[in-house]
Design a protein. Structure first.
Length: 142
C-alpha cells in the first residue's frame, strides 16, 4: 500500500487523495511566439493535515514546489515556487489545466522509495491577453 508523507513534522498517513502536478516564483514565457501573453498569479498552498495537540486542524499554509500549466496540444509550462507559495506566469491565451506538487508532500511506495507526485485538486484557468487571472493551487492532505 502506498503512503503519503507530509514532510515538516507531519505523520505518515495512508494515501487518501488523488494526486496531480506542478508550482513557482519565476515567470514563464508564452509557448507560442508572436501571441500576446496573459498574466496568471497565484499561490500554492497545503490544506488539512493532522490535528494539533489542541485538536485544531492546521491553517492553510503556503508551500514550495512546482505549478504546471498544460494546454491541449502544447508542451506543459512548469514554474518553480518558493517557500512563500507565490507564483506568477506569463502564458499565451488559452485554457490551461493547472496542477501542483511539492517536496513537502510525497508518496512512499512499498519498497520505501519517495515519489514527488502531483498533489493539487483539479483546476483550470482561462488566460486572456490584457486580463490578469489569479488562482490558488491547493494540495489537500488528510
Amino acid at each position: 500500500m502506498s503512503k503519503l508523507n507530509v514532510r515538516g513534522g507531519y505523520a505518515v498517513v495512508p494515501l487518501a487523495v488523488g494526486l496531480l502536478a506542478g508550482c513557482a516564483a519565476a515567470l514563464a514565457q508564452p509557448h507560442v511566439a508572436g501571441h500576446p501573453a496573459g498574466q496568471v498569479t497565484g499561490r500554492l498552498v497545503m490544506e488539512g493535515g493532522p490535528y494539533t495537540p489542541g485538536q485544531q486542524q492546521p491553517q492553510v499554509r503556503p508551500i514550495p514546489g512546482t505549478v504546471t500549466f498544460t494546454e491541449t496540444g502544447h508542451r506543459p509550462t512548469s514554474i518553480r515556487v518558493g517557500t512563500s507559495g507565490k507564483f506568477s506566469a506569463r502564458l499565451a491565451p488559452g485554457r490551461y489545466q493547472v496542477s501542483g506538487k511539492s517536496p513537502r508532500i510525497i508518496e512512499v511506495d512499498n519498497a520505501g522509495h519517495d515519489h514527488e507526485l502531483p498533489c493539487s485538486q483539479p483546476l483550470s484557468v482561462t488566460v486572456k491577453a490584457g486580463h490578469p487571472a489569479a488562482i490558488t493551487v491547493a494540495c489537500i492532505v488528510p
